[in-house]
Design a protein around this ligand. Structure first.
Ligand SMILES: *Cc1c(COP(=O)(O)O)cnc(C)c1O
Length: 466
């Protein structure tokens, strides 16, 4: 299997080189040259597999012989050994039409662990096997950073620097990142918002000599391996719901920000998984909702909400969707991205917009709706939603049709976002690993929103012997 860029200017690469490259050298995103499809009988066979076996079967289609099967199995087993649930991503039935897939049983209590635990093991393997220097650089709205740091802390041959928006992540998110005292971890707390952090990272990765000189590796969902690792649980969610659905169509609803998670669902669908509707849930930063409803993709004003991990206006994985939407025509993708750059928006209409609306339904929940859903589900089902999942539930309630079943992805544990839970007058007990964070010292460097300062910080971090 070879991988190419959505903008068409990168020589086809193998799986390992694709992961190491992160953002494509031409500024696009890497995608498989051809998406593998699975037959109905394969789906049937896969439906009985354990999470790890399903993972290995899906990865085999994309990695082929680049990583020996035994090595891949070891990597997968190590990645999910730290999860607190034997099924990795269990599905809970809430009522006749609603199932919730809990993606928060990993070390940092958010769905990012599912892909980033694997990515940490993968980078460590590549570093040992090929002697590659791995300097991970990423921006986070909170959860990616925590998960990525947990994935590689203390690992030999790897350094990680994470930028997060100063005072704009939840307390628990901040503590999860900054209480790590391993020498191979650098936390930069940037005075700005997430989009500012992401822009700095994107610009540094676009500076190819700098990227090469410092061996920069991406952990954001621009990296295809994250998309692929997340694809696994769409299959798993579908299979675990099939029986209760009893022939009814199955929708999947996804709290979304950077469009990475839901793009994994789109990929699963392209591979042949018969998901009926993919429902995008966002918050008041509703660029994706506006896009699906009006065809206008245009970053709006940044809003701080109760679901900070979705406070994103520029959804980096949107370009991957655009690529498939435009029938894999890289020249057209480049033209659209150019237009987005110069005019600040992309507008689709007519048959194009209808196509988008066939691919997705979308809802951006208001802050009030988010809190209402948390209260309601606690009261009716004694189930405590985190604020991101609550936005998902609001979208499920609007777009799940009669006689359809929906799996809503629970992207985080409520303990990570107690700020919102308190507003609902609900008192929760923290799981022990989260409670312990409050007594630990923090390690972070607060800096201005300034690319040169980030470069200075990185250069001194990379010369440090650890
Ligand atoms: C990252 C995150 C999201 C958004 O996922 P994307 O892949 O960026 O769309 C939603 N909820 C939580 C809790 C997250 O951490």
């Amino acid at each position: 299997m070879k991988y190419i860029s959505t903008r068409g200017q990168v020589e086809p690469k193998g799986f390992i080189d694709t992961v190491l490259m992160g953002l494509a050298d031409d500024g696009g995103l890497m995608v498989p040259e051809k998406v593998p499809t699975v037959s109905e009988s394969t789906l049937q066979a896969w439906s009985k597999l354990s999470y790890i076996d399903l993972f290995l079967n899906i990865f085999a289609l994309y990695v082929e012989d680049e990583i020996p099967a035994d090595d891949l199995r070891q990597l997968a087993e190590k990645s999910y050994a730290n999860f607190r649930h034997p099924e990795v991503a269990p599905v809970r039935q809430i009522n006749d039409s609603l199932h919730i897939m809990e993606l928060f049983h990993g070390p940092t209590f958010a769905f990012k662990d599912v892909a980033l635990q694997f990515m940490g093991e993968f980078y460590s393997y590549i570093s040992k096997k090929y002697g590659e220097v791995i300097h991970i650089l990423g921006a986070t709205s909170g959860d990616t950073g925590a998960a990525a740091i947990q994935g590689v802390r203390g690992k030999e041959g790897i350094k990680i620097c994470i930028l997060h928006p100063h005072n704009r992540v939840s307390k628990v998110q901040e503590l999860q990142m900054t209480t790590v005292d391993d020498q191979n971890v650098l936390n930069l707390s940037v005075k700005g918002n997430f989009d500012d952090c992401q822009k700095i990272i994107k610009d540094l990765f676009a500076d190819l000599p700098f990227k090469k000189q410092h061996h920069l590796r991406a952990i954001n969902s621009i990296n295809f391996v994250r998309i692929l690792a997340q694809t696994v649980y769409y299959f798993y969610a579908y299979f675990r719901t099939q029986e209760a659905a009893a022939g009814r169509p199955i929708n999947i609803c996804v709290p979304s920000g950077n469009f990475g998670n839901i793009f994994s669902g789109f990929l699963a669908q392209k591979m042949g998984l018969p998901i009926n509707k993919l429902i995008i849930a966002t918050n008041e930063n509703n660029i994706l909702e506006r896009f699906v409803k009006t065809g206008e993709y245009k970053p709006g004003d940044f809003r701080s909400t109760h679901s900070p991990s979705m406070d994103i206006q520029v959804a980096s994985n949107f370009e991957r969707y655009l690529y498939y939407f435009l029938n894999e025509d890289a020249a057209k993708v480049s033209a659209y991205m150019q237009q987005l750059q110069s005019e600040g928006q992309i507008v689709l209409s007519g048959a194009d917009l209808e196509q988008v609306q066939q691919d997705f339904a979308a809802h951006g929940a208001s802050n009030a709706e988010c809190l209402d859903e948390i209260r309601k589900y606690k009261q009716q089902y004694d189930y405590l939603l985190d604020p991101h999942t609550a936005c998902g539930i609001a979208a499920y309630e609007l777009y799940n049709g009669d006689n359809e079943v929906c799996v809503t992805l629970a992207t985080a544990h409520p303990a990570k976002f107690d700020e919102a839970i308190i507003l609902c007058d609900i008192k929760q007990d923290f799981p022990a690993p989260i409670a312990a964070l409050f007594d630990m010292p923090q390690y972070q460097t607060v800096i201005d929103h300034d690319q040169d300062e980030v470069v200075r910080q990185l250069e001194s971090f990379y010369t440090l012997q650890v």
